[in-house]
Design a protein around this ligand. Structure first.
Ligand code: G1P
Length: 269
């Protein structure tokens, strides 16, 4: 936890988490992004604004690798801000985007979850959503001890990696969990979710839960889960945060060799 740096700006190797997520969206074909942020977090939006002075400084000092990194964050997509004035939960946060989203399908991406996938995780979900013309959530099998951290679904297999969701429950006690499949922070949704969110009562933790609105939606239409191909890191967890640095660091040609040597030296102690 940090008092002055929004956690969305904490880096994965050298790129703020929010940038990693926006790049996944863009690589998945999304052209317009709405950042739902709490009033104290305007720096998250500032990150995507060009900073000419910084660019001139880096250019003058010949810091071209950093310059490239800085330029990569300049308006990578059309970005709109929606403020969530009170922290009333994920469902409430999604509701703040209602007006900008309008009457179209949209995606929800939670920046605590980041992915290393052969095809972007959101793209994998969009493919299923487009074929089935239905909402789709990302699924991952988790250990029994982890079930109470997530939304857990009741899945009926319908195709490879694809499940129709008969129900779901937010942060259940392990003995109440309908399966071992947890929802990860990527969703493709349809605008009919908004009225259910608006009518939603506080659920687990006293918050307006997206999972509860999705549960209500299962009574109206088919919803699917997709067990995505790839690795997911939980940046909200200390070990997950460190693992992400190592996992993505080892994939970087410019860093891998030194990082591997360092890891060998600490492990063998
Ligand atoms: C949220 C959702 C939960 C989901 C999780 C994925 O929980 O409410 O259903 O499984 O994200 O990371 P949070 O992590 O905000 O507690």
């Amino acid at each position: 936890s940090s008092k002055v740096i929004a956690k969305e700006l904490l880096p994965v190797v050298d790129t703020p988490a929010i940038q990693v997520v926006v790049e996944e969206a863009v690589a998945s074909g999304i052209a317009e992004i709405i950042l739902v942020i709490s009033p104290g977090k305007t720096t998250v939006a500032d990150h995507f604004e060009p900073n000419a002075e910084l660019e001139r400084y880096l250019e003058a000092r010949d810091k071209l690798d950093i310059l490239e990194l800085v330029r990569r964050s300049n308006n990578p997509a059309r970005i709109t801000i929606a403020e969530q004035r009170r922290p009333l939960g994920l469902g409430h946060a999604v509701l703040q985007a209602r007006e900008v989203v309008g009457d179209e399908p949209f995606a929800v991406m939670l920046p605590d979850d980041i992915f290393d996938c052969p095809r972007p995780c959101l793209r994998q979900l969009l493919d299923v959503a487009e074929t089935r013309d239905a909402p789709v959530v990302a699924l991952l099998k988790v250990a029994r001890s982890e079930l109470s951290k997530y939304g857990i679904v009741d899945p009926k297999p319908v195709a490879e990696r694809t499940y129709e969701l008969r129900g779901m429950v937010e942060k259940p006690a392990p003995e109440k969990a309908p399966s071992e499949f947890a929802i990860m922070g990527r969703y493709v949704l349809t605008p009919d979710i908004f009225e259910l969110l608006a009518a939603g009562k506080p659920g687990a933790g006293g918050e307006i839960q997206l999972t509860d609105a999705l549960m209500a939606l299962t009574g109206r239409r088919k919803i699917y889960g997709y067990e995505f191909e790839g690795v997911r890191y939980d940046l909200g967890d200390r070990v997950g945060f460190i693992s992400a640095q190592i996992g993505f660091g080892l994939k970087r040609p410019d860093l891998a060799e030194r990082l591997r040597a360092y890891l060998k030296s600490v492990i063998s102690q």
